[in-house]
Design a binder for this molecule. Structure first.
Ligand SMILES: [Mn+2]
Length: 402
């Protein structure tokens, strides 16, 4: 099946596709118009995205779309989770300030960055947010916000990845003329993001995954080609198994010049360079897996003694990049809401995984007076807390756990 099928024949099978005006994603057209204006005015554009596979693929689709329409991308920025924390943040904004005035577009986060959006505006940025995370009541004061989960969004399918939303924005920007190899390639990236972010395999996502994976085998990206052909996967005959492995390797933290390895690999133009990155990534992946196992064991030793209804642990020595995978493993194994955080000087930032019947955002909302910020999805989210409030937070979470 080629990507073309989506645009023409299958169009009517999907909810809210372009043309179905009442059920479009809220503000999607407005965002496209704003970006087209930025392109025609030669306004500087900054893309500010998350460092995971969904964030990275969102950035790539948006960047390549804007560039092929003649726009000027003056910076692509990924926050360093260990230093800056998650989301739009003051450290990143300070670095980007020299590009102001510019249109700053955040992808795969932003919808809970109330303060930071105000700071960005004060620096002279126009802010656009493209997100798919839960909206926590109010919205930041950005110029345009696209998030299928915001109030008044009539788009019937709420399970798109951020890259899925960006893909639809790209279609809008190309005025429905996104086609051929570029479209197939964007579908590849969207498929990877949908699987990586564990979005439901329904509705449009099913389609993204089917089309994207089919095209992935013949990707024009050297990084993808080299990766799939690597000896490391020669014994993995099942294609989706291979994709899973590749995704876990793409999530390994390896930042160079501010760019995550996944971004460098997916955008590299030479086979030789791609090979170098893949070798590095595979080595790093091995080390990371060992570190995750160690972290899990360390937490098990601490938490299992305590017999509490939640797993709650944080240290200065924890590495942020290991905490999400460690939390996933622990949550699955013990079926308990799992809160892991890295303690920094005055505050801590953490990651949460909860079993299917527990909504992490509900728990955090009930304890929000102890928190600096929080956000994410029902089963996977993040938070920031002042160190002096950690004990109160823990007590509150235990009280509010089923
Ligand atoms: Mn995401």
């Amino acid at each position: 099946m080629g990507g073309e099928l989506f645009m023409k024949d299958n169009l009517s099978n999907f909810p809210g596709v372009i043309g179905d005006k009442d059920r479009d994603i809220k503000n999607l057209k407005k965002a496209a118009q704003r970006i087209l204006k930025a392109i025609s005015d030669q306004e500087r554009i900054i893309i500010y995205g998350d460092t995971d596979v969904d964030g990275v693929t969102s950035v790539i689709i948006l960047e390549e779309t804007i560039k092929s329409l003649g726009g000027k991308i003056s910076a692509v920025y990924f926050p360093d989770r260990d230093i800056d924390g998650y989301g739009i943040n003051e450290t990143g904004l300070k670095i980007l300030k020299e590009h102001s005035p510019a249109l700053l577009i955040s992808v795969d986060f932003g919808v809970t960055n109330y303060k930071e959006v105000n700071s960005a505006k004060k620096m002279g940025f126009k802010v656009m947010i493209i997100d798919h995370h839960e909206v926590l009541g109010k919205l930041p004061k950005a110029e345009v916000i696209v998030d299928p989960k915001q109030k008044g969004d009539k788009y019937p399918f709420k399970g798109l990845s951020a890259a899925g939303v960006v893909f639809k924005l790209s279609e809008c920007l190309f005025k429905d003329k996104l086609a051929g190899a570029l479209k197939n390639n964007f579908l590849e990236l969207t498929a990877l993001s949908t699987i990586a972010d564990m979005m439901p395999r329904e509705s449009e996502n099913k389609f993204f995954i089917e089309e994207g994976l089919a095209s992935l085998k013949n990707s024009f990206r050297p990084g993808v080609k080299v990766f799939f052909e690597n000896d490391y996967f020669k014994d993995v005959s099942d294609f989706s198994q291979k994709v899973f492995k590749i995704l876990s390797i793409l999530n390994v933290r390896d930042v160079k010049n501010g760019l995550p390895a996944s971004f460098r690999l997916l955008t590299v133009s030479s086979v030789e360079e791609a090979e170098k990155i893949v070798i590095e990534l595979l080595e790093k992946h091995k080390i990371t897996r060992e570190k995750i196992e160690k972290t899990v064991e360390e937490i098990e030793e601490n938490s299992l003694k305590q017999k509490e209804p939640i797993i709650f642990d944080g240290k200065e020595s924890f590495e942020s990049a290991l905490l999400s995978p460690a939390a996933s493993i622990l949550c699955q194994k013990y079926k308990k809401p799992t809160f892991l955080f890295r303690k920094m000087e005055k505050e801590s930032q953490g990651t949460i995984r909860t079993p299917k019947n527990v909504n992490s955002l509900d728990m955090l909302r009930k304890c929000s007076k102890h928190l600096l910020s929080f956000g994410g999805h029902a089963q996977a989210s993040g938070f920031r807390v002042k160190n002096k409030n950690i004990n109160n937070l823990k007590k509150c979470l235990i009280k509010n756990s089923k």
